[in-house]
Each structure stands twice: as structure tokens, then as C-alpha cells.
Write a protein that binds this ligand. Structure first.
Ligand code: CO
Ligand code: CO
Length: 324
């Protein structure tokens, strides 16, 4: 929809609306650029504190995906006047705890009366101009690394329908509330070519953003993609959010699927994520240092899931090949 707005261009606007990057980058001086982003959404879990944590981790993630350091945040809140205020208090406490963990100050915010609760943040960070990590510089030969398992859309949808084990739901909540800070610091230290965090468009949708912006193709190996415990079984029970089905429909024309890959696996790779991991495109010579650095900084999931290829090597207008 943003494409319908007049194009914004300015010599100091290093990253704006013209790409599918996660945040905008505005140069203040040769040494300093602002990184700005905003994200908010309705509750995806029942526990208000966990919801606050997840919403904050998700909002901060778009700064981390650009290799930036978030500094301040403003709360954005929609809340029904008739609901008890202590619920909102728990949401805000959850958000505050994640901000604190990130070293980010919540310096203000705004609340409106809203039928359905909503929470998120507008986040401001910094990056050295030119060292921002964008979606448009992946190179053929690069290796793709993913830093969180997928399946949060399927599991939280099952959670809303009360059709999920508490253990499975807790696994998803733990993943979603984990900051992408350590993963971002590792990629900045090592130096990588491109990155996006994996959120609403799903793993394949965010990979598509990278390959289209970079003018390349990609090859993904399904069995190498980390998946949250329980997600597969829920898919087999017919549970997948509407957004996941729409993601698959939208990505399908550009994906060459190995014939052995069934419909549920295709849905899984398209599953709409909240606060997903970083999808990083790194040159092969730096892969080992990236994996080592991720490990040192405590990033549990460090999965090599595929590679970037020349777009011409995929036939029939396909951009992404998925192997079993
Ligand atoms: Co993002
Ligand atoms: Co976002």
C-alpha cells in the first residue's frame, strides 16, 4: 500500500520506502544515522505480560535486523476503557522488561480507547551510516542462516482455539520474546551481506524480499529449517492461520518445489511469524566466524538453511527452489 504514496527521497535518507527493509535509516552526520521503526498488534497470547514482552521484542527486532542499536522507544497502546486497568499494567510491564533487557529507555507513548487491545512501540536507534544491513545486497554463493525456529503463527492460532499443550505454547512464547540483539551483534561483528527478520510474510516471504531486492535467487533445504516443537502436529490437525495460507498463495508462483514436498510443509515455510529470527545472508568465507560468534553470544538456533544462487540458474521465472 505504501507504494501508492509519493516517493520520498532525500540525500540523507539512506533507507526509506523504496525497499522492503525493516526500518528507515536517516543520516545525521558522517558518523551517525537514525534507525526508525514502529510495530504494534492485537494480543497473540492470553497472558498480558507475555504479550507485552513479545510485542516489544518484535518492535525492537526491526532495528536489530538493520544492524542498528535501539536507544529509545515510545509505547503505542489501544485499550478498551471497560477492561480492568491492571491488565494493561501487565502488558506495559512486559514491554518494559524487554526494553530494559535491550538497554532501551521507554520515554513516552500514547493510549487510545479501542475495542480490541493493541500494543507495540515506535523505536529509535542508531547505526554508523553505510554499515546498516539491508535486504538488497545478497550475493550468489552466500549462505543463509536463520536464528530462530519457525511455527509461531500455527502455535499461537492453536493457542487461541485452546487446542495446544501448554508446553508447546510456552516454547513459542519463549522464542517470540527472545530479543534478536545477540544475533544482530554477531552479524555486525562478522560483517554480512543482507538480513531481514522473519515476521508476517513468513520465512519464504522474507527470503523473497531479499532475493528480489538483491536480484538473485535462493535454494532452501526444508529438512535444515528449524521448527518449533508441536508445529508440525498442529498442521497435521489442520491448524494454520489465514495469513499463512495467504502467504503461501502469494509466494507460490515464484517457488520451485521439489515434488516430494507436501502441502503442510509448504504452509510451514510460509507461516506468518511474530518476532521471528534473523534471516542472514553471509559470504561462505565468513560463515564459520558467524556461527562461532552466534554461539559465543548465546544464540541457541544457528541453522544453515540454504544458499543464494544466480537468479538465472532457476528456470521459469522462479526465484526460490525448495529441496527436501
Ligand atoms: Co522486520
Ligand atoms: Co516490522
Amino acid at each position: 500500500m505504501l507504494r501508492q504514496l509519493p516517493e520520498v527521497s532525500d540525500p540523507n535518507l539512506l533507507v526509506g520506502l523504496s525497499t522492503t527493509d525493516d526500518a528507515a535509516v536517516y543520516k545525521m552526520s558522517d558518523e551517525l544515522a537514525l534507525v526508525q521503526t514502529v510495530d504494534f498488534f492485537p494480543p497473540i497470547v492470553d497472558d498480558p505480560y507475555a504479550y507485552g514482552e513479545i510485542a516489544a521484542a518484535n518492535a525492537l527486532s526491526d532495528v536489530y535486523a538493520m544492524g542498528g542499536t535501539p536507544l529509545t522507544a515510545l509505547n503505542i497502546v489501544g485499550f478498551p476503557v471497560e477492561l480492568p486497568k491492571d491488565i494493561l499494567g501487565r502488558v506495559l510491564q512486559g514491554g518494559m522488561s524487554k526494553a530494559k533487557e535491550a538497554g532501551v529507555l521507554i520515554v513516552g507513548g500514547h493510549t487510545v480507547d479501542d475495542k480490541e487491545p493493541k500494543y507495540g512501540m515506535a523505536v529509535t536507534g542508531v547505526v554508523k551510516p553505510g554499515s546498516q544491513v539491508t535486504v538488497d545486497a545478497a550475493k550468489p554463493g552466500d549462505v543463509l542462516v536463520l536464528t530462530k525456529p519457525i511455527g509461531t503463527g500455527i502455535i499461537t492460532t492453536a493457542g487461541k482455539a485452546e487446542r495446544v499443550d501448554s508446553e508447546v505454547l510456552e516454547g513459542a512464547v519463549r522464542t517470540m520474546s527472545t530479543l534478536n540483539r545477540a544475533a544482530s551483534e554477531a552479524m555486525v561483528k562478522v560483517g554480512v551481506n543482507a538480513c531481514s527478520d522473519v515476521t508476517g510474510f513468513g520465512l519464504l516471504g522474507h527470503l523473497r524480499n531479499i532475493v528480489e531486492a538483491s536480484g538473485v535467487g535462493a535454494r532452501l533445504t526444508l529438512s535444515d529449517v528449524p521448527v518449533l516443537a508441536g508445529a508440525r502436529e498442529l498442521l497435521d490437525d489442520g491448524i494454520a492461520p489465514g495469513g499463512t495460507h495467504r502467504n503461501l498463495e502469494s509466494i507460490d508462483p515464484i517457488v520451485a518445489w521439489d515434488a516430494s514436498i507436501d502441502q503442510n510443509s509448504r504452509l510451514l515455510l510460509s507461516d506468518a511469524q511474530t518476532s521471528g529470527g534473523l534471516l542472514i545472508s553471509v559470504e561462505p568465507a565468513r560463515l564459520d566466524s558467524l556461527l562461532a560468534e552466534l554461539k559465543t553470544l548465546g544464540v541457541e538456533t544457528r541453522s544453515v538453511i540454504g544458499a543464494i544462487v544466480e537468479s538465472a540458474s532457476l528456470s521459469g521465472g522462479k526465484r526460490i527452489e525448495v529441496l527436501p
